[in-house]
Design a protein around this ligand. Structure first.
Ligand code: G
Ligand code: G
Ligand code: MN
Ligand code: NA
Length: 262
């Protein structure tokens, strides 16, 4: 069997799973949301990493049913958090380029919100900088419709694509997520810093300032060390996400984390 037919079967047979990675306020004190991340159920006999199957799903178009399945799951789960006592917790869902550009995407999203009863403001949609930069007019139109629905809009992997600042200025957005490659480079707060380390901090500082000057919240992803967190706090980043504060976990485990940290 090809990976494609296995993936098709996995979608049909519910062998996929959604994990939730906590998103924290900058102090690392409080969970403010979660990013939904799809996984091939590790207990199924065949299991592939998302780095393997997401690009394939993109190429084959399977990302459409897959993405819709993730969206429905994540919205239903977020509504459970709300009704169980955490009405402020948002859920962030990645939309691939094909999914974002799908003709009836906004209609489909709207019906998933209605079906799961999740208020639009509790859903954050993440599109990559590359998706956003693909076709300015089309992106603007889709973002406007989502914005009017009340959905939160985030640019993911920021800094690795090529969106121009004038685009960012004209898109209705709520958040920039600094790509984890920039965070990885924030290795140390030890002084004296090498020129390179200084410039790594300067780049992250510039992204945060850019976000703030556009009235956006700025989140850092891939935070793995306390010194990275310390630098991000000093630079007034707004939110952090990464292995230091929590790996992606099952819905059950995430609910437990909410009891402890939200
Ligand atoms: O979770 P992890 O880092 O292993 O994910 C690998 C890649 O797969 C990341 O780029 C992530 O954005 C992407 N990904 C994870 N879940 C989803 C999903 O539900 N939809 C889309 N489009 N991409 C996802
Ligand atoms: O492309 P996107 O930003 O959506 O990718 C999210 C992916 O990043 C998830 O698959 C998640 O597993 C991964 N991730 C989350 N936190 C960390 C981290 O601290 N370090 C690394 N290396 N990967 C992370
Ligand atoms: Mn993401
Ligand atoms: Na990202």
């Amino acid at each position: 069997l090809t990976l494609e037919s296995r993936l098709r079967r996995a979608i049909e047979q519910d062998q996929l799973q959604v994990l939730y990675q906590p998103q924290w306020d900058i102090n690392g004190q409080k969970i403010v949301g979660a990013e939904a991340l799809v996984r091939w159920d590790p207990s199924s006999p065949e299991s592939f990493s998302p780095e393997q199957f997401i690009p394939l799903a993109e190429e084959t178009g399977l990302i459409l049913p897959l993405g819709e399945w993730v969206l429905r799951r994540a919205c239903a789960e977020a509504q459970r958090w709300r009704t169980q006592g955490w009405p402020e917790i948002t859920v962030a869902v990645n939309l691939s380029m094909r999914q974002f550009q799908q003709q009836d995407m906004v209609t489909r999203l709207k019906s998933i919100l209605a079906e799961t009863q999740l208020p639009a403001a509790a859903l954050e949609v993440e599109i990559t900088e590359t998706t956003a930069a693909k076709d300015f007019e089309q992106t603007l139109e889709i973002l406007r419709r989502l914005y009017h629905l009340g959905v939160k809009l985030a640019i993911d992997d920021f800094g690795t694509g090529y969106s121009s600042i004038s685009y960012l200025k004209r898109f209705p957005l709520h958040k920039l997520k600094i790509d984890r490659s920039f965070i990885r480079d924030l290795n140390t707060t030890m002084v004296p810093l090498s020129r390179y380390e200084k410039s790594d901090i300067a780049v992250v500082a510039a992204i945060i300032d850019l976000g703030h000057s556009l009235d956006l919240r700025v989140a850092a992803e891939g935070v793995e060390t306390l010194s990275q967190l310390d630098i991000l706090q000093n630079l007034k980043c707004d939110e952090v996400q990464g292995f230091l504060l929590g790996r992606p976990v099952t819905a059950t485990d995430f609910l437990q984390q909410l009891r402890e940290h939200a």
